[in-house]
Write a protein that binds this ligand. Structure first.
Ligand code: MG
Length: 275
């Protein structure tokens, strides 16, 4: 029953929350983001989930900043699957704003298929917005990573797949332990996994203190793993993490648990990105 498929490691270096005050290693400028992605790819990451920050270091969906990151990854010949976030906080919840980067030449983008609360804001994704983002991804041949914060959002994704705006098999990111969303514990991860449509692939983001436990379980269950300062600020209590350290820890856990880490080429195969 142990799943021997190779493990895809995603690095989420920046996110919406990290600041230099919270963790001085947070990569916020284009240069810092690309430098961290380069190190993490060398350490074993096959996918980069990218957020960008404006000149005030606030989260933004600004296409030109995403374009700079994509161009720099290309220039530096970093062999990694590029996944752009459509979930920046602070902008307007329209496809024109949230989906402005979806014509860039990338393989993947995140797509949240429901709404929830973050600690100080609403993760607002109306059915009309989800559909518009999904349609734009489909038009530009971008595979969505369906970001779910609770089980109902899996049903939201199935609804969009039935409408034909998300292709199957789908790939999910099970984001666990965000305050106000599904807690990160073994029972809940089993429940989410069992709730996925047959044939889906999934990765797990264990937020904060749930990181090591949910990562370990994801490796054992044949899922994939996301890590990075977007998901976890401290390596252990009182010890600030770096993106590279977090990837290295996932690689060590995978080794101990007997799961090989996928190269970028193998990750493309697993995710069906070679069509
Ligand atoms: Mg994100």
């Amino acid at each position: 029953m142990f799943n021997k498929e190779k493990l895809i490691i995603t690095i989420a270096p920046t996110g919406n929350v990290p600041t230099k005050e919270l963790n001085p290693s947070s990569p916020l400028s284009v240069d810092e983001i690309v430098a961290d992605i380069k190190k993490c790819q060398a350490a074993g990451a096959a996918v980069a989930h990218i957020h960008v920050r404006d000149e005030d270091l606030k989260p933004t969906s600004d296409r030109s900043l995403f374009e700079q990151v994509v161009a720099r990854i290309e220039e530096e010949k970093i062999d990694i699957i590029v996944q752009l976030s459509t979930g920046a906080r602070g902008g307007e919840n329209t496809v024109e704003w949230r989906g402005q980067m979806l014509d860039l030449p990338v393989d993947m983008a995140s797509l949240s298929t429901g709404s929830s609360n973050f600690p100080t804001s609403v993760n607002a994704n109306s059915p009309a917005l989800i559909k518009a983002l999904a349609e734009k991804m489909q038009k530009h041949n971008i595979k969505p990573e369906i970001e779910i914060f609770d089980v109902g959002m899996i049903k939201g994704a199935e609804f969009m797949a039935r409408k034909g705006v998300i292709d199957t098999p789908m790939h999910f990111n099970l984001v666990m332990n965000v305050p106000g969303s599904i807690p990160g514990n073994p029972r809940n991860l089993m429940f989410l996994k069992e709730s996925l449509p047959a044939g889906s692939t999934f990765t797990v983001s264990g937020i904060g203190k749930s990181q090591v436990q949910m990562t370990t379980m994801a490796i054992l269950l044949g899922g994939h793993v996301r890590t990075g300062l977007e998901d976890v600020i401290e390596y252990s209590p009182g010890v600030p993490a770096t993106n590279e350290m977090l990837v290295q820890r996932v690689v060590r856990l995978a080794e101990e648990l007997g799961r090989e880490v996928a190269t970028t080429t193998e990750a493309r195969e697993i995710l069906g990105l070679n069509k």
